[in-house]
Ligand binder design. Structure first.
Ligand code: IPD
Ligand code: CA
Ligand code: CA
Length: 262
């Protein structure tokens, strides 16, 4: 791993852990949070999301002031170093505000359009997933490898949807996963479910429309664990738009691609 990436990897892990601690503190006193909504009543947010993102932004700006930074809550601050941080301060805000443990901090770094670093910290599970391009993926320091024997038929598939997807399509996807002999799973945090693909807990993950901050850290993890990810366009304006997200172990790729119509 080159020095430029390894310095950023160290910082990504430190920042994600510090962010995880701050988010956990809010989680433990969540009754006092004022819950606001964004696109619709299911799309929730609170001061916790904003403060956690600000903490990460500050840490990155101190050490790499010329890097770009895209966060879900405060948008894009372009840079000129070639590296851009892509951050979801809390993925799984709905579980977070409702007292469920399925939420995480997701930090990716992209270079030349590709996620070269992915760190996902899940404070309630005390799990830290780390990957860097060419250096493998780990969970709490232990190497991760997807199992080539697992298929949609002998394992469970993660599937998520938000209000960008029609109810008909949601039903179709659930039906299609079941029709091939699979089973579907959703825990409310797409980033965490992507990390779980890298960890072999799910054979794949599909969501018709997500943003860069939801998926790029998970993509780096899955790629480094030997899985496959559907390309996510990070060119210019595309970085701010969403797209389909699919990450999968090799034995389930064909079935899941067909279901996703990709
Ligand atoms: C959401 C979660 C959810 C997924 C949505 C995302 P948020 O992110 O990852 O599982 O289905 O598409 O927007 O709002 O909790 O950061
Ligand atoms: Ca998210
Ligand atoms: Ca979020």
């Amino acid at each position: 791993m080159n020095e430029l990436i390894s310095q950023r990897l160290t910082l990504a892990e430190q920042a994600a852990r510090a962010a995880g601690d701050k988010a956990l503190d809010y989680f433990n006193r969540r009754e006092s949070l004022v819950i606001e909504t964004k696109r619709d009543a299911q799309d929730v947010v609170s001061i916790a999301d904003r403060e956690v993102e600000l903490l990460i932004r500050e840490k990155i700006a101190q050490q790499f002031p010329n890097d770009g930074f895209l966060g879900e809550e405060f948008g894009l601050q372009p840079g000129d170093s070639g590296y851009t941080w892509v951050v979801d301060p809390i993925d799984g805000t709905s579980p977070f505000v409702n007292g469920m443990p399925n939420w995480c901090v997701s930090i990716a770094v992209i270079y030349q359009g590709e996620p070269v670093i992915g760190v996902i910290v899940a404070p309630c599970q005390q799990e830290c997933f780390v990957a860097a391009r060419g250096a493998g993926a780990t969970l709490n320091g232990k190497p991760l490898r997807v199992d080539p024997q697992r298929t949609m038929q002998n394992h469970v598939t993660g599937f998520g949807a938000n209000s960008y997807v029609t109810p008909e399509r949601v039903g179709e996807i659930a039906a299609a996963i079941t029709a091939v002999g699979g089973n579907f799973f959703r825990n409310g945090s797409g980033a965490m479910m992507l990390a779980w693909v890298a960890a072999g807990r799910l054979v794949g993950y599909y969501e018709p429309y997500m943003h860069a901050w939801d998926c790029l850290a998970g993509y780096c993890l899955v790629n480094e664990a030997g899985g496959w990810t559907h390309p996510f366009n990070t060119d210019g304006e595309h970085l701010l738009r969403g797209g389909p997200v699919l990450a999968v172990a090799p034995g389930a790729k064909q079935d899941l691609m067909q279901i996703a119509q990709l």
